[in-house]
Design a protein around this ligand. Structure first.
Ligand code: ZN
Length: 134
């Protein structure tokens, strides 16, 4: 893994949280993107070389809605940048980690992503992400 790419934070109201994180970080979000396959609306902030991703559920059966119902708002996942997502997925499977998807899928911010089950990573939902080359 290369670096922490971003930290994902589940929020109830993206508009309000965009204002809050603008005040916290001292600069506004640079993009808003809806990921239909995950039923989430996201916004991204830059913090030096890293990013913060805010996630709001866009439907009741969104994984973010379920997360907030169970645990409230807060840190949802940590995303690591990888150069070769398939190679990392294979490596993690060999190490005994449970992957939540068998194939990389298209995530927000022009990335191929794969999630690692929090049960196999000390309760942390881990996201692998690889920049999609245009
Ligand atoms: Zn993410």
């Amino acid at each position: 893994m290369e670096k922490i790419e971003h930290i994902g934070i589940a929020v109830k109201n993206l508009e309000k949280s965009n204002e809050l994180f603008k005040a916290l970080l001292g600069n506004p979000h640079y993009k808003i993107e809806e990921v239909l396959s995950e039923s989430v609306k996201t916004s991204f902030f830059k913090v030096g070389p890293n990013k913060i991703e805010l996630l709001e559920a866009s439907s009741e059966d969104s994984p973010i809605a379920k997360h907030i119902e169970k645990r409230g708002e807060g840190i949802h996942h940590i995303a690591f940048a990888v150069n070769d997502i398939r190679a990392e997925m294979d490596r993690l499977e060999r190490e005994g980690f449970k992957l939540l998807n068998k194939e990389p899928k298209k995530g927000a911010d022009n990335k191929l992503v794969c999630f690692v089950h929090p049960k196999s990573a000390n309760g942390v939902l881990v996201e692998l992400c690889q920049e999609i080359e245009e």
